[in-house]
Write a protein that binds this ligand. Sequence first.
Ligand SMILES: *Cc1c(COP(=O)(O)O)cnc(C)c1O
Length: 389
Amino acid sequence: MDQSYILNHLGEERDQYFGAIAPPVIQSSNFALTSIAHLREAMLAEFDHHLYTRGNNPTVAILRKKIAALEGTEDALITSSGAAAIATAVLGLVQLGDHVVCVQNPYSWTRHLLDQFLPRFGVSATFVDGTDLAVIENAILPNTRVLFLESPNTMTFGLQDLAACAALAKEHQLITCIDNSCSSPLFQKPAAFGIDLVMHSATKYLNGHSDVVAGVICGSRQLIQQIFDRAYMVLGPIISPSDAALIIRGLRTLPLRMERSQQSAAILAERLSLHPAVQQVIHPWRNDFPQSELAKKQMTGTGGLFSILLHTTDPKAIFRFVESLHVFLLAVSWGGHESLIFPVAAVHQLPGKDDPPFPVNLVRLYIGLEDPEFLWADLEQGLSRIQTA
Ligand SMILES: *Cc1c(COP(=O)(O)O)cnc(C)c1O
């Protein structure tokens, strides 16, 4: 289906709401049924009927259709956060005694779900180097149910070969899940490689304006219905209709935003690679990225995220650089209109927390929609502070 049609029209049944161009925010918790027969029908299949907004809501349903079509899957669920999407999907798949194989260094709360939360309910996990198929296969146990991928990850951009992982999982009858937030559905469509469930933090590119926290789960109707019945209706991780409307609005410009972010990121990555304070640029599209060939095989673009390794490992010098920036904002997250910077050194040696598994001189940049020349001027003046004690 044409992508521009999906983003601008699919699911919008304007004749049902006075021809309104902007979809209405149906801010209603529940819905009146026309007959007992209709009520009984809705109770049996909340997934498809408007009975109660924890299960289904007309504004959210528009977003479900668009997201499923973007990922090329039969259906989708929208959740209150990306973390909720991941937890809800996994909780809908596993039961007591099951085992999950997950790539190493996934998003921190995915790791927390698998190595802290699920063990309390008798579900265990093994984390493996996702670049090596043999290592993944060796980790599969008789009770393994799920293979969880995140490709690329959002700090060092490590990839997994999606087609090979999907084939391996089929052989062992595992359900494959992927966190596809980094690429957005525009630049990578995991279902086309045979991946069963695709998750996103919609907080990032899909909404794109840093004003909504949300997530999505995409997959076959059968798997989405299973997750709906076993986890979604129990846990209740729903999005409000007004937030769904904001995401629908954000989607209108998704290709324009991604294209701009990606172009500016490529320009800045190149300039940073030539800067004397920078040891290395980590960007999956660049030729010196170890998996760039795989990236170009299974993705059609990369977006606005990349990382640099600075020559200095002195946190004071790194913080002088980061704190002297005027345009780049010091923040977690990414995918909005604004450029952001996140130095790993900031979260080293936090009391009571493990150090993140990334080098202390790694700094992640997210390139937003500002003029790249303006951003470069900011980075250049910031980097000049590294040397001056
Ligand atoms: C942000 C993020 C999440 C979590 O999403 P929230 O919307 O913040 O809950 C999950 N995975 C990745 C890769 C992310 O960047």
